[in-house]
Design a protein around this ligand. Structure first.
Ligand code: HEC
Ligand code: HEC
Length: 316
């Protein structure tokens, strides 16, 4: 309850809570002071106070206060709530004297669990990543980590989506050795394809797109592809290579393998070249996982991802 945007709501909740509890107490007190009307009083000629409901002709309900022991239970719940609000967070911004927080409780549970499982991590840390990938228990742990931390972008089967690479096809932007994969996970990746629309002009983009399609054996205008090759060698080869096979240092994809990160249709390629891909912002699109995954988990994830496309080395 410490994340209100302004102090006002903290006080508002505090006042509302305390007033409600006090009102309950007052109500109980007033009700408790009501005089009990015994049925005997009826015989003494006094009118009996009933709720006014009558069943089965003469079954009436006395309007009597609650029994004492019942009242005391209610008083106890009020005392309990006050003690609770002193100990635990609940009154606006007050943290409670025990300092308990739900995220703290969660964190300590995770810590406890990690401590239990630490020896297992230590074992896998000491092993070669490829050996870890061959261990079915390690793979199962890696898969669970993957579903928790990676599936939202790469898909639960690691098959990827437009802009999110497929991790099981043995085609790598940044290299598929365990070291490369570990680096991708640990520090994140942010490949940037600059926009070339302004440099090449509409026709130039069309020509170079035709050339890019021809590299993967896709149908394209022969003349445009020829013109495009010259442009490619001048403008694109610096990153994608003269042979267009890409550069894993900077994550420039191989443009000859008919595997597409964004798509191989003419329109998509034209869009990629014209507007560029990726953002030069501080947040990389493949986020760094240094902060939320320790080395043991990264080792298991690396082994899992490596195993997805090296199925022969991994006894399934
Ligand atoms: C927020 C989305 C997102 C999350 C979460 C994410 N990734 Fe990625 N990942 C990407 C994107 C986008 C790329 C491509 C980056 C680029 O092209 O520069 C990528 C690239 C990679 C690569 C490099 C692929 C190659 O071809 O070289 C690996 C390996 C990888 N991710 C593994 C993981 C693992 C393991 C996790 C979970 C710990 C994960 N990713 C979580 C978005 C994500
Ligand atoms: C500064 C380096 C650089 C230059 C120059 C460059 N590219 Fe790229 N290109 C990249 C990177 C990095 C990516 C991957 C972007 C990502 O991961 O989101 C990319 C992606 C692409 C893609 C998407 C491939 C796919 O699988 O969907 C195409 C197509 C492409 N580039 C074509 C070109 C062409 C054509 C040129 C020349 C006009 C060019 N690039 C110039 C770095 C570059």
């Amino acid at each position: 309850m410490s994340d209100f945007t302004s102090d006002f709501w903290g006080y508002y909740v505090t006042v509302l809570t305390l007033v409600s509890i006090a009102a309950c107490g007052v109500l109980l007190y007033v009700m408790g002071r009501m005089r009990v009307q015994r049925p005997a009083q009826k015989d003494s000629g006094q009118a009996t106070d009933t709720t006014g409901h009558v069943w089965d002709e003469d079954l009436a309900e006395y309007n009597n206060p609650l029994p004492r022991w019942w009242m005391w239970l209610f008083y106890l719940t009020i005392v309990f709530s006050l003690v609770y609000l002193v100990l635990y967070p609940g009154l606006g911004k007050l943290p409670g004297v025990l300092g308990w927080t739900s995220s703290g409780a969660y964190a300590s549970e995770v810590k406890e669990f990690d401590a239990k499982i630490q020896p297992l991590y230590a074992k896998y840390m000491a092993m070669d990543t490829k050996q870890v990938a061959a261990d079915s228990q390690a793979r199962a742990m890696g898969e669970r980590l993957f579903l928790n931390h990676c599936a939202q972008c790469h898909g639960s089967d690691a098959g990827g989506a437009k802009g999110f690479p497929n991790l099981r096809d043995n085609d790598w932007l940044y290299g598929g050795e365990p070291g490369n994969i570990k680096e991708s996970i640990t520090n994140g990746r942010n490949g940037i394809m600059p926009p070339f629309g302004p440099v090449l002009g509409e026709q130039g983009v069309k020509n170079v797109a035709a050339y890019v399609r021809s590299l993967s054996g896709l149908p394209s205008d022969k003349l445009r592809a020829q013109l495009g090759k010259t442009l490619f060698d001048q403008t694109c080869a610096a990153c994608h290579g003269l042979d267009a096979k890409g550069n894993q240092q900077i994550g420039a994809p191989n443009l000859t393998d008919a595997i597409w990160l964004y798509g191989g249709s003419e329109a998509t390629i034209i869009e990629t070249i014209t507007r560029g891909r990726g953002t030069a912002g501080a947040v990389s699109r493949m986020p760094s996982h240094k902060a939320d995954l320790d080395e043991g988990k990264i080792q298991l994830l690396t082994a899992y991802v490596w195993g997805l496309s090296n199925t022969k080395s991994v006894s399934q």
